[in-house]
Design a protein around this ligand. Structure first.
Ligand code: KG4
Ligand code: ZN
Length: 387
């Protein structure tokens, strides 16, 4: 079946057309077309994501990107622009007048593509941004009579590893997923697909958020993850003198929770104390921060692997774009053989709509019912456990 994925939970407007096949134990996926439009340039000015600006950009982007998506999938076929009663769509888009105008100008002039289902992110994320995607999904679904499935963004990150999976055998459970993004840090145990226990999560800042905030302290632009990673590599490659060690918050506690705000504050105090940082000192501090993050993440994950006799380790979320972190988990997996380690390709690590369509497919295959427009609600704190 062909699923249209829609993702607007943060600062990426993303759409995907994903061909889905196979059963829920061993799904197979083929990407027909996918688009990610980043808003980084808009938000960089503010040093972080500004929800009202994100919402506006999503509303402006969605229709042009949808047309482009259909073109890339060769599903864009024009038809004579017929007179139609669009009042039900106008009602569904009553909070998005700009989006409705674009819808009215565009949709009646194109033929219905062979989309079987629409998957849209309902949370977690920024609620104003989530609503734009939900309203668009409901409008498209009503217009073409296609069922709509609200989908959990974190489940998308978790299942993103299935999209390009090359091994033919199904995944061996229990699986442990470490999800690390700009908004979330959690360790999730899956006894099987769609059955999750959150073992622990961050009590304050998410890992990506800590990267972004530390980058700001060090005078680097948003998003800070790639900036810090580059400085850390520079320090390592040039053998700059090591920075004094930073704390490893909650690394050795018995639970599986995380805390990164203390680490960020430690960087802040260090910078204040040193007053002026030479470029080398700055790079070394970035490296020490990254080493502390890796130490905490790998130590906690290793403990969860042993405690729960895990067969498969999955790492998902934007922060896993970080090569050092990827390498650290490859090393960890090696010492826990025969553990199988699954990390999504770079393009599926950061926010995208392919993972949203992939997650919805498993729910559809296990009998999930589609949702009526009035029942789809943006939930900024949607949990993986209560769906
Ligand atoms: O998953 P994602 O695209 O969006 C959220 O759902 O939050 O993750 C974005 C986060 C940002 O905080 C960004 O700084 C971080 O991922 N990030 C990185 C790297 N690339 C992106 N963090 C560390 N190293 C990177 N190379
Ligand atoms: Zn994300």
């Amino acid at each position: 079946m062909l699923i249209l994925g829609i993702e607007t939970s943060c600062d990426e407007t993303a759409l995907s057309l994903l061909e889905c096949d196979g059963n829920s134990e061993n799904p197979t996926y083929t990407v027909r077309a996918e688009i990610v439009r980043s808003q980084i340039d808009i938000h960089r000015v503010y040093g972080g994501v500004f929800p009202a600006m994100a919402k506006r950009a999503h509303a402006q982007n969605l229709i042009p990107l949808f047309e482009e998506l259909l073109r890339r999938a060769t599903f864009y076929l024009e038809k004579p622009h017929a007179e139609e009663d669009l009042s039900p769509i106008e009602t569904l888009l009553s909070r998005e007048p700009g989006l409705f105008n674009a819808f009215k100008k565009t949709l009646p002039g194109i033929q219905k593509p062979p989309i079987d289902a629409i998957a849209v992110t309902a949370g977690p994320g920024l609620e104003p941004a989530l609503w734009v995607g939900i309203n668009f999904a409901n409008a498209l679904g009503a217009y073409w009579n296609i069922p709509v499935y609200p989908t959990n963004h974190m489940e998308g990150h978790l299942l993103s590893v299935l999209v390009h999976k090359t091994q033919k055998e199904p995944i061996s459970f229990p699986a442990l997923a470490l999800l690390i993004s700009g908004g979330h840090t959690e360790l999730v145990l899956a006894k099987q697909w769609l059955s999750y226990t959150v073992l622990g999560e961050t009590r304050d800042d998410a890992v990506g958020e800590a990267y972004d905030k530390v980058a700001r302290i060090l005078g680097l632009p948003y998003p800070g993850g790639p900036e810090i990673a580059a400085l850390a590599t520079e320090a390592e490659n040039n053998n700059y003198p090591a920075a004094t060690p930073l704390p490893r918050p909650m690394r050795d506690t018995a639970d599986f929770d995380f805390s990164f705000s203390g680490l960020k504050t430690a960087v802040l105090y260090r910078v204040r104390k040193m007053q002026t940082l030479s470029p080398e000192e700055r790079a070394s501090l970035a490296r020490e921060f990254q080493d502390a993050v890796i130490d905490v993440l790998t130590t906690k994950t290793a403990r969860a692997l042993t405690m729960h006799n895990v067969h498969t380790l999955i790492i998902g979320g934007g922060v896993i774009a970080n090569v050092k972190i990827r390498n650290a988990f490859e090393k960890l997996a090696h010492t826990h053989r025969p553990l199988s380690l699954l990390i999504p390709d770079l393009s599926l690590s950061t926010d995208n709509a392919t993972m949203i369509a992939a997650a919805a497919y498993l729910h559809i295959r296990t009998g999930a019912k589609h949702a009526h427009p009035e029942h789809i609600v943006a939930d900024g704190t949607l949990s993986l456990e209560h769906r």
